[in-house]
Design a protein around this ligand. Structure first.
Ligand SMILES: *Cc1c(COP(=O)(O)O)cnc(C)c1O
Length: 431
């Protein structure tokens, strides 16, 4: 093992505190308020710093076009396949600062976790680490639950010999990101009713996993799931990746008692794209880190988090907490209202404002039209927008008929561009 950390098979809580010394001990208990954070400008366009790139790649200021890849206007949302979100200038600047020194990554993770717990005023005994994303937090969080600090087990994953082997999940909570759970080697045991749950609980049960966006779909809701897990003495995990806003979700699930909580850093919080938060009970968060980069011969070595992401995530969180969320929401709604006013002036076109109850809880708009009056299919409309100049991405087919969009990832003036292009498109196909 490189760096400062050495595994010990026999570690108990005391020796773990001893090894990490004051850093980890300080995580548990300190609840000071952070100093007031500066308020960032809302949704600024990020200008590449081309002054410092005299020649070659990046010298024009648009590195993507130089590489021959088209940049898009993102009316869809915080999609990883489109690059997630655009960072604030302060995050860009602090990541550059972070590049200028060497530092112990485990020490930096401990310090970042302490700062995050303070900023979020997490309950005593909770801390955090910055992960490569919510998906990384899910995998390393569970890995830590399985292995605790036993070196043999950490090296052994995904071979579960000697460890618990099952994670309980409601059937309606299965989703693509539970691949990260399965990646540890566990079996997902699907349950539906409370009776199913009691039958499934046993000596092989390692963890109870909750997918927050599926809250309304399952028979057991978010608070009860945690209580049932606590009663059975089983760690509870909640995947709340895309569940800010509202900002309060950042502390709600810790206050509910969840043992581990995952958030994406690169979605609405606009942190580094390869960052996320694992919040939780200090011992479990520590065990998660032991299963993650920078350590070697561990399952999560591929989920590297750099000093730049760690510092950038802390800064993004600071700025996000200082944001005027009501004003942002009003601005996002205003952008959609503007687009709606323009497109509904065309005969046969209508819009509907929506807001998902949980996950991507931001103003959203569905755009539908009577195809006898505007003769283009939603699929062709989306394709035409995507292949136009500038390229525009709206969602099609996922959230009901027609096209749907959000405005929270738009840059200034992009709402007008979308409106004008939609108007032109619909006019061109009007009966
Ligand atoms: C986006 C998302 C993830 C993955 O988050 P990353 O930060 O991209 O790793 C996991 N779970 C859910 C529900 C998500 O929406």
């Amino acid at each position: 093992m490189a760096l400062t950390f050495k595994f010990k098979d026999t570690w108990n809580r005391r020796s773990f505190l001893g090894t990490f010394g004051a850093a980890f001990a300080a995580l548990v208990g300190s609840r000071k308020l952070s100093a007031a954070a500066p308020v960032s400008s809302a949704n600024p366009a990020v200008q590449p710093d081309c002054n410092r790139i005299a020649s070659g790649l990046g010298s024009t200021g648009n590195v993507y076009e130089e590489l021959g890849v088209t940049t898009v206007i993102n009316g869809e949302g915080t999609m990883t396949t489109l690059g997630g979100s655009l960072g604030r200038p302060e995050v860009e600047a602090i990541m550059t600062l972070a590049m200028r020194n060497f530092v112990s990554i485990p020490d930096l993770e401990a310090a970042a976790g302490k700062r995050i717990a303070q900023m979020l005023k997490l309950p005593d005994g909770y801390t955090a680490i910055v992960t490569s994303g919510a998906a990384g937090a899910i995998q390393s969080g569970l890995a830590g639950v399985l292995t605790r600090d036993t070196e043999k087990f950490i090296r052994q994953l995904p071979d579960l010999t000697g460890m618990k082997t099952e994670v309980l999940i409601q059937k309606s909570h299965r989703n693509p990101f539970d691949h990260q759970l399965r990646g540890t080697g566990v079996k997902l045991v699907e349950i539906e009713s409370r009776e199913d749950l009691q039958k499934a609980l046993g000596p092989q049960t390692a963890m109870m996993h909750f997918t927050n966006f599926a809250n309304s779909a399952g028979q057991i809701k978010v608070e009860e799931w945690q209580k049932l897990a606590a009663a059975a003495n089983i760690p509870s995990f909640i995947d709340a990746a895309a569940d800010t806003p509202p900002v309060s979700h950042l502390w709600d699930y810790a206050n509910m008692g969840y043992d581990l909580i995952a958030f994406s850093g690169g979605k609405a919080m606009r942190g580094p794209q390869c960052a996320g938060l694992l919040l939780g009970k200090a011992d479990l968060v520590h065990f998660a880190l032991l299963n993650n980069s920078p350590y070697e011969d561990v399952l999560g070595r591929g989920q590297k988090v750099g000093k730049e992401e760690i510092v950038g995530m802390v800064k993004a969180l600071e700025l996000y907490l200082a944001e005027d969320h009501d004003a942002l929401n009003a601005e996002w709604q205003r952008r959609l209202d503007n687009i709606s006013a323009k497109v509904t002036a065309i005969k046969g076109v209508s819009t509907k404002m929506t807001m998902p109850e949980i996950a991507n809880h931001v103003p959203s708009m569905q755009i539908t039209w009577d195809q006898t009056l505007v003769a283009i299919t939603p699929r062709d409309a989306a394709q035409t927008l995507r292949s136009g100049k500038p390229s525009i991405v709206l969602a099609q087919g996922e959230d009901g008929p027609g096209l749907s969009m959000t405005s929270f990832m738009l840059q200034p003036a992009e709402g007008d561009i979308i409106a004008d292009r939609l108007v032109a498109l619909f006019r061109a196909h009007a009966a």
